[in-house]
Design a protein around this ligand. Structure first.
Ligand SMILES: [Zn+2]
Length: 303
């Protein structure tokens, strides 16, 4: 652990002590097979020249070092968000994620899906084998969540009350099926689905807050929202109204970070949440309590 890491660990510890937090629950972190992660990193390395928006990965470490760092930050539960960009990949990713969660008991077993033949079978198998959370990425996967091949899958996940973290906002790049409209149609058909809008629905924050108001099983994750990096291209609406909505939804907003693929320190995400000025109870719920409740975590067993 170098000096910079030690200083950040200390600063995160101070954040937790200030808020009397026994730990953090981070619903949106990325662990995936090494060669897939290298491809993701290569993508972020290339977006700078393409878009003029540099995206230097802060935590480009070996896997065990990344896990050790999260634990040193006091993260008591996290996920291994992974997602396919084509058919024939999701089942394999799910197998890897189950193995990862077996190796790392503090990781919530994560799974993913794609509209393809056999999807219902492997989603059911993932749930039966202990998947606690799913990830659906509409921009990378480039699929319609209303694809009929997924219809029974959403029903199955709603019945099992397994949350699905969905990248459905149009940031940082829009896709054919991103934005509030496709997801709004999905929720109209599956109102009990426990969708978690990743990135607070960035940049269509207001539309996704509207959907969360309407569907009470819906949650939002904070991933990259409110950070200096995101505020530069997709600012959260200014003013008291939007803040009041965050306060109202304080029991349905979950800490997410995108660790390790972030172009700034982990601490920054925590500080910007505290800096919203919504109070210690709000920040405590978002960074810990809501995740503990959603997953029924018994963290005494996870010391
Ligand atoms: Zn992510």
């Amino acid at each position: 652990m170098d000096d910079q890491a030690a200083a950040e660990i200390e600063a995160v510890r101070e954040f937790r002590e200030r808020l009397s937090l026994p730990g953090l629950v981070d619903i949106h972190t990325h662990f995936m097979p090494d060669r897939v992660l290298r491809k993701v990193w290569a993508y972020f390395d290339s977006v700078g020249p393409l878009t003029g928006m540099e995206w230097p990965i802060t935590y480009r470490h070996e896997e065990d070092q990344r896990v050790a760092l999260l634990r040193a930050f006091g993260v008591r539960a996290y996920t291994s968000m992974l997602y396919p960009h084509k058919p024939g990949m999701a089942d394999w990713l799910n197998g890897w994620a189950a193995g990862f969660a077996a190796r790392m008991p503090d990781c919530l077993q994560t799974a993913t899906l794609f509209p393809e033949e056999g999807v219902e079978t492997y989603v059911r198998e993932a749930v039966e084998s202990g998947a606690r959370v799913f990830k659906s990425h509409l921009q990378v996967g480039d699929y319609d969540p209303n694809d009929e091949r997924l219809d029974r899958v959403w029903g199955l996940l709603a019945d099992a009350a397994v949350p699905v973290v969905m990248h459905c906002g149009s940031g940082p790049q829009p896709g054919k099926y991103t934005g509030p409209e496709p997801v709004g149609r999905l929720l109209a058909r599956h109102p009990r689905l426990r969708l978690v809008f990743a990135h607070m629905g960035m940049p269509e924050y207001t539309d996704f807050l509207d959907l969360a108001d309407r569907y009470h099983g819906v949650l939002l994750d904070t991933t990259m929202a409110f950070t200096d990096f995101s505020e530069a291209f997709a600012p959260f609406p200014a003013g008291a109204d939007a803040k009041a909505r965050l306060a109202d939804l304080g029991d349905r907003i979950l800490l997410g970070t995108d660790f390790p693929n972030i172009p700034y320190p982990y601490l920054h995400q925590l500080e910007v949440l505290e800096g919203l000025g919504l109070g210690d109870a709000w920040t405590r719920a978002v960074c810990y309590g809501n995740g503990v409740r959603l997953f029924g975590l018994d963290l005494k067993d996870m010391a």
